[in-house]
Ligand binder design. Structure first.
Ligand code: NAD
Ligand code: TYD
Length: 339
């Protein structure tokens, strides 16, 4: 099978390309990535030369270029990871989120419609459900929870989900959607919370914690997300949405303290900074549907996953040091310098 993976030079798409090329040598992974600030060829370096991997530097919103790839490669399956993914950036500059996350998804769907496809899979997020109160630990997001977005990022992802559902119904396209909780693991761009605090702690820099650090995220080790998507594209039911997450809820403060203790660094590095506007309080997934229908459960607990992740950042310093010493350093100063 020929499988298009968009956004494969990013964090989760990159991990997915590694996972799929290794697990299915008989399939070909066709990675499409624009290489924005978040795309990194170093992430793909270990698989670039494999005979079952091909890379195309292309924007998913560029219709002609996308149609050309479909024409030449005749893909069977499309997994759409490509997106602008950072909430803070979406607050500062929403437009590119609409272009990539909404228009780009529309172009990918049109290409699937024009050339035919066995399955289109949209990688979405639990953020489309909005947030849950901190004092109701009994509440979880299910696939029936209404869409109720908070940030320009989540609004753009929800818009994409609605487009996918509209194409599935109107054109009877074979689509699935997954909505996953926060991922962490290797190749995670160091503007996101966990890699940021690992990198800062290793450099003895302050760790910026928004508000009081009470917000809760449901952390999933990235490989478990890859396994879930692989199951959905092969065995999931067309037209369905699957939530992915595994009861690994932690407050941001708990996460920071765990990382500091893994690295043997002092808690005096914690610095409470101005809260994010509209900051979602708690995300928590009920994974009953994917467990019951596809037998999926996360294999890695948070305590194992965070150990593996910290070790990866220790052993792969050049990967993230190249990022934080480059162009990204100027951006970080402009964006967060005065808080
Ligand atoms: P990321 O920002 O690390 O990677 C995004 C990738 O998409 C980059 O390689 C970038 O170059 C590429 N890209 C951006 N715009 C593009 C365009 N117009 N055309 C082609 N490529 C483009 O993001 P991530 O954290 O790996 O997230 C991947 C997907 O998973 C996103 O759709 C995101 O919404 C979703 N998701 C992420 C998380 C998480 O915790 N990171 C959780 C749930 C869902
Ligand atoms: P993030 O990694 O941006 O993911 P998301 O907002 O999509 O969940 O942030 C995870 C949590 O960490 C979120 O509650 C915001 C918080 N956070 C900080 O406290 N400090 C930071 O510097 C960042 C980037 C995030």
């Amino acid at each position: 099978m020929n499988i298009i993976v968009t956004g494969g030079a990013g964090f989760i798409g990159g991990n997915f390309c590694h996972y799929m090329t290794k697990k299915y040598p008989e399939d070909t992974i066709l990675c499409i990535d624009k290489l924005t600030y978040a795309g990194n060829m170093e992430t793909l370096a270990p698989i670039m030369e494999l005979p079952n991997f091909k890379f195309f530097q292309t924007d998913i919103a560029n219709r002609d270029a996308i149609y050309q790839i479909f024409e030449g490669e005749k893909p069977d399956i499309v997994v759409n990871f490509a997106a602008e993914s950072h909430v803070d950036r979406s607050i500062k500059d929403p437009e590119v989120f609409l272009r990539t996350n909404v228009i780009g998804t529309g172009v990918m769907l049109d290409a699937c419609r024009k050339y035919g496809i066995k399955r289109y899979h949209q990688v979405s997020t639990d953020e489309v459900y909005g947030d849950l109160p901190l004092d109701r630990p009994d509440l979880f997001f299910t696939e029936e929870t209404p869409i109720h977005t908070s940030s320009p990022y989540s609004a753009s992802k929800a818009s994409a989900d609605l487009l996918v559902q509209a194409y599935a119904r109107t054109y009877q396209m074979p689509c699935t959607i997954s909505r996953c909780s926060n991922n962490y693991g290797p190749y995670h761009f160091p503007e996101k919370f966990i890699p940021l605090i690992i990198a800062n702690a290793l450099n003895d820099k302050l760790l910026p914690v928004y508000g009081k650090g009470e917000n809760v995220r449901d952390w999933l080790y990235v490989e478990d997300h890859c396994i879930a998507i692989d199951l959905i594209i092969r065995k999931g039911t067309e037209g369905e949405v699957y939530n992915i997450g595994g009861h690994n809820e932690r407050t941001n403060l708990e996460v920071v303290k765990t990382v500091l203790s893994e690295l043997d660094k002092p808690e005096s590095l914690i610095s409470y900074v101005t809260d994010r506007p509209g900051h979602d309080r708690r995300y928590a997934i009920d994974p009953a549907k994917i467990h019951k229908e596809l037998g999926w459960l996360p294999a890695t607990t948070f305590s194992e996953g965070i150990k593996k992740t910290v070790r990866w950042y220790l052993e792969n310093r050049t990967w993230w040091e190249n990022i934080i010493s480059g162009e990204y350093a100027d951006y970080y100063q402009k964006m967060y310098g005065n808080r």
